[in-house]
Design a binder for this molecule. Structure first.
Ligand code: ADP
Length: 384
């Protein structure tokens, strides 16, 4: 048997997983996704050994997160019978104000993390359901929570606060910042590929189903979420439309963003292929907000040395990147059209003052490394 790390990223109806061999660093063995938990589940997985698996499952095979995990483990066991899982790393979106690093999971920690569910209702309850299932399945493994908020915990007070009475800040109403696992991976890659830029004025734009830009974190519209909103709109919805908290949260989290504006889809590929003016409006608003945040971030940083795109849209959509960068010569950006269309690592011209890059993100590797570190620490202490 050889030591392995399992990574789990549990969403509302999906479970993303990765199996990694634990060596000096982590080596990917397999990655996959079980989607549509509780409906008509589908399991996709790919192995570094060439294994490709794609199958619709019976509803009972993934009726909830616990049975979904058992189904995933069944597949991993049959494909990789000698791989012993010694550590499990979990993506947990919200770590609250105190955690700036991954931490070992205990019952007390779980109770503490449940308190942050209202701050991340789309993710936190599901992340924690994944944790509970894994604690049952691997009672003896080291289990570690990796927080999307952790990367941002060192940011200054002005980035952390809303201009509300201070008591709300003390009660946890803060601008936490998300996508930290992605930013950690991409900034690590940036320091490897372009060390001179890493210490410079860098903006990273994570544009996926969820979208944010590092530094200013709540401005962008996303797949189904609205991003920045005037608080007056909330008051109008309550007073004039008679909406309660549940109705507003359904509107803002599930029916807004690209989906709400286009009326068609939250999927950028669908919007790019569509010909309606509403789809174009949704794309135009998405691009407009990114450009605004880019300008604001450059002002905060005092200039711009590099702009890095990541996430499903950032990594794949040359159209969005081109529209974001258009007319940005004033900030030193000059895009190389061909390199951009090829999704090359560097997509700016040689003369561009600011380097523009595409760095595919890998949140699973960040989680697996954190779990490995913790596992090694536990083993070292046991040996002492
Ligand atoms: P998540 O934030 O859920 O991890 P991803 O990072 O996978 O999501 O990003 C999903 C988004 O990326 C979707 O809007 C999808 O349409 C978009 N996307 C993926 N490939 C392309 C492509 N070739 N062109 C445009 N958009 C794409």
């Amino acid at each position: 048997m050889s030591a392995h790390v399992l990574t789990l990223n549990a969403g509302s109806s999906s479970l993303k997983f990765g199996l990694f061999a634990a060596r000096e660093d982590v080596l990917v063995v397999a990655t996959g996704l079980l989607e549509r938990i509780g409906e008509s589940p589908r399991l996709k997985a790919e192995g570094a050994n060439g294994m490709v698996f794609e199958r619709h499952l019976s509803p009972e095979a993934a009726a909830d997160h616990a049975s979904a995990l058992q189904t995933v483990l069944g597949l991993l066991k049959s494909e990789f019978p000698d791989d012993d899982i010694s550590a499990v790393g979990h993506r947990v979106v919200h770590g609250g104000p105190n955690y700036s690093h991954p931490v070992a999971i205990t019952r007390n920690l779980l109770t503490e993390l449940e308190r942050f569910e209202p701050f991340a209702p789309l993710h936190q309850p599901h992340n924690l359901a994944g944790v509970r299932s894994a604690l049952q399945a691997f009672p003896d493994a080291v289990q570690v929570a990796c927080f999307d908020t952790a990367f941002h915990r060192q940011h200054p007070f002005v980035n952390d606060v809303f201009a509300l009475p201070r008591e709300y800040y003390d009660r946890g109403v803060r601008r936490y910042g998300f996508h930290g696992l992605s930013y950690e991976y991409v900034s690590g890659e940036l320091s490897r590929i372009a060390p001179h830029l890493h210490s410079g004025r860098v903006v990273i734009a994570h544009l996926g189903n969820g979208a944010s830009m590092c530094g200013l974190l709540d401005g962008l519209p996303m797949g189904t979420r609205c991003g920045q909103l005037d608080p007056g709109v909330l008051l109008y919805l309550m007073d004039q439309e008679g909406m309660d908290a549940a109705a507003i949260s359904d509107l803002l989290y599930k029916r807004s963003g690209l989906l709400g504006l286009s009326g068609i889809s939250n999927d950028m590929r669908t919007l790019e292929a569509a010909t309606t003016s509403e789809a174009e409006d949704a794309i135009a608003y998405f691009v407009f907000r990114i450009r605004r945040e880019l300008g604001a971030l450059a002002a905060v940083l005092g200039g711009l040395d590099a702009l890095v795109f990541c996430g499903g849209i950032g990594e794949n959509s040359h159209l969005i990147r081109e529209r974001v960068c258009e007319g940005m010569g004033w900030i030193g950006i000059e895009l190389d059209r061909i390199h951009n269309e090829e999704n090359a690592t560097v997509i700016s011209t040689d003369l561009s003052r600011a380097r523009v890059m595409v760095i595919p993100t890998d949140e699973e590797v960040v989680i697996a490394r954190a779990a490995l570190d913790l596992m090694v620490g536990v083993e070292r202490r046991a040996a002492e």
